[in-house]
Design a protein around this ligand. Sequence first.
Ligand SMILES: Nc1ncnc2c1ncn2[C@@H]1O[C@H](COP(=O)(O)OP(=O)(O)O)[C@@H](O)[C@H]1O
Ligand SMILES: [Mg+2]
Length: 292
Amino acid sequence: MNMSEEQRQQRLTQIKQQWETKRTLNRQLRRIKTKIGVYSAKGGVGKTTVAVNLAVYLAAQGFSVGLLDADIDTPNAAKVIGGGDVPNMADGRIQPAENWGVKVVSMSQFQENEEEAVIWRGPMIHNALNQFLQLTDWGDLDFMVVDMPPGTSDAPLTVMQTLEMDGFVSITTPQALALLDAKRSINMIKKLNVEVLGVVENYTGDVFGSGGGKQLAKEMGLTYFGDIALRPAYRDDSQPTVLGNKDVRAEYDNIWKGIKARLTELEAMPDQVAAAQAAAAEAEGEAEGAEK
Ligand SMILES: Nc1ncnc2c1ncn2[C@@H]1O[C@H](COP(=O)(O)OP(=O)(O)O)[C@@H](O)[C@H]1O
Ligand SMILES: [Mg+2]
C-alpha cells in the first residue's frame, strides 16, 4: 500500500520524536551509574523494606542514591521511607524529594486517590514509566534502587524491559515452600538476559526458620548475600530500621559487601561491557540518522 506524502511526513515526524525521546532518556539514565532492582515473585516478602533500607544504607555510606518505586500496583516505598517530603513538580519536571539522603520518586505520589486500585497493562506501564523517567531530574547518581512489582507477569516484565538495570537482588523467605516461586521468578529474569546479582533471605529466625535463601542460591548457582532477621524493630517507623538498629546495619554491611563484589566482578567482564556499549552506540547512531 502506498502512503501519501502527508502520511509519510507524519510517520517520519513520529519516528523522530520517538528517537528524540529515547535519546534524552538514555542521556539522563547514563548519569546514573548503577541501577539495582529489588525483586521477588511474591508480595509481602519484604521487597519494599529491603529496597528502602538498602537505599538509605548506601546514602549513609556517602553515595548519591535514588529510590524509584516502580511497583505500580502497590506503590508504597515513599511511605515506607518516610520523612514526609514530596517531590516538587515545577515546569513540568519532577524534582525528587530527598528523605534520609535518598532521592525518592514513586508512582503513588501522582495518584489522585491513594485508595483507588490502578490496573496497569503492559503498554501503559511502559509509557508511564518512560514518561516518569524522562521527567524526573535525578541528577548524577551512584545508585538507583528500584522497588519492583512482584510476580512474573506483565508488570515486572515491562519494568525490566523499559528500564535496563545492572542487576537484581532477589528476595526470598526461609521456608522451602517459597523456593518454587523464587525459582520461577529467577528463571524469568534469566530468560530476559538480566543479571541476578544474588539472593537475600528475609524473615530469618525462630518463626519462619532459615536456610531457604541459601538453598535457593545453591540450586540456582547464585551468590548468597545473607539473611535479614525477623525483628520487632521494623514496627518503629520513625526512621528506616537500618539507621536505628546496629544488628540490622550489620546485615546490610554483609549484603552490600556481596553486591559490591558481584558488581566488581561484572565490571571486570570486558567482553560483555564492550558488547553492550557497541549496541548503545549503534542505537545512538541510528537516532542521529533519523534526525537528519
Ligand atoms: N525482617 C523483617 N522483620 C519484621 N518485619 C518485616 C521485615 N521485613 C519486612 N517486614 C514487614 O513486613 C511487611 C511487608 O513488607 P514489604 O517490604 O512491604 O513487602 P513487599 O514489598 O515484598 O510486599 C511490612 O509491614 C514490613 O515492615
Ligand atoms: Mg512492596
